[in-house]
Design a protein around this ligand. Structure first.
Ligand SMILES: [Zn+2]
Length: 318
């Protein structure tokens, strides 16, 4: 069977694995991303991880013939270039990611945005497997999404599709004023539905006991009314966006990932109730389910891209 390396390159860590043609992760490891040290250092760390995975594959008698990368940022997957990125990785915009990694590792490479990679992994082998279309929503420190149709994430004309955190939300308004959003806009889903958005709302509502989003959840579970209200509004904002997007896209299934999806039933139930309240009658049977593959989803999705787009070389078997 053919083997490739899949990499999930985020602002905190860079994780990778040896992935076979069926999507099994045979071995994985991770290194910290030197995200504030410049693109050169980030590439060096990623190439070092790839080299260690190549060595591990060789020690197992396996031939790795391609590299697939899911990366933070808006990624031109046709040219393999980072078009734009937040300062979670300093100097990342403009990086010729595929070419630079090929020079450093000797492997032909494909790249795509990490949320698309995550969704592709889930649609290939996880909670979205076996159906033609999947709406994926990632709910965590940020909010992002991806619509995967017939095994292809919709990347858009400018490779910016999937910015589900930057939909207008009726829940991202206070005293008639839209809440400022990290993107520079205002009134967007992410401003109230992300983990930091929920914590900020808790603080604005007068809460002072919790020190982070996890603390807000724990207090809400204990019946603290301020924490419960912040959590409910954040979850409802997520559900509202999911329901509206489902009405537009009519996916076969909705898969929800990210830390909030696994916070517990208080978040999930408020999210799902609001999503169902938004759905048009023909969509009433829509399944909304949690992601299944955890941290291997993006590694597998990135590997899937490489397996699909890069032809197998001599000595490997597709
Ligand atoms: Zn925004």
């Amino acid at each position: 069977m053919r083997h490739v390396i899949g990499i999930d390159l985020g602002g905190t860590k860079t994780a990778g694995g040896i992935v076979d043609g069926a999507g099994n992760v045979l071995f994985s490891s991770a290194v910290p991303t030197p995200s504030q040290a410049g693109a050169g250092k980030v590439l060096q760390a990623a190439a070092g991880l790839v080299a260690s995975l190549q060595a591990e594959a060789e020690s197992r008698g396996l031939h790795v013939d391609a590299l697939g990368v899911g990366s933070a940022g808006v990624i031109d997957s046709a040219r393999g270039v980072v078009l734009s990125a937040t300062d979670s990785i300093r100097g990342w915009a403009g990086t010729a990611l595929a070419a630079e990694l090929t020079v450093r590792t000797g492997l032909p490479a494909t790249v795509l945005n990490d949320v698309h990679a995550h969704a592709l992994g889930e649609s290939w082998l996880g909670a979205g497997a076996g159906v033609p279309s999947v709406l994926f929503m990632g709910m965590g420190t940020g909010v992002g999404g991806s619509y995967v149709l017939d095994g292809q994430p919709l990347e858009g004309a400018s490779f910016a599709a999937g910015h589900t955190g930057h939909l207008a939300s009726p829940f991202a308004v206070e005293s008639g004023q839209p809440l400022p959003c990290r993107c520079g806009g205002a009134g967007h889903v992410e401003a109230v539905a992300s983990g930091p958005g929920i914590f900020a709302l808790y603080t604005r509502l007068g809460g002072s006991t919790a020190v982070d989003t996890r603390g807000v959840y724990a207090l809400a579970a204990d019946g603290d009314p301020v924490a419960a209200e912040a959590l409910r509004r954040g979850a409802a904002a997520a559900g509202s966006a999911i329901g509206g997007l489902a009405n537009v896209l009519d996916p076969h299934i909705v898969v929800v990932g990210g830390g909030l999806a696994f916070a517990g039933p208080l978040w999930w139930d408020a999210m799902e109730n609001q999503a169902r309240a938004e759905l048009l009658p023909p969509l009433s049977g829509l399944k909304i389910v949690p992601a299944q593959l955890g941290e291997t989803a993006a590694i597998r999705g990135a590997a899937r891209r490489a397996l699909t787009l890069i032809p197998a070389t001599e000595g490997s078997h597709a």
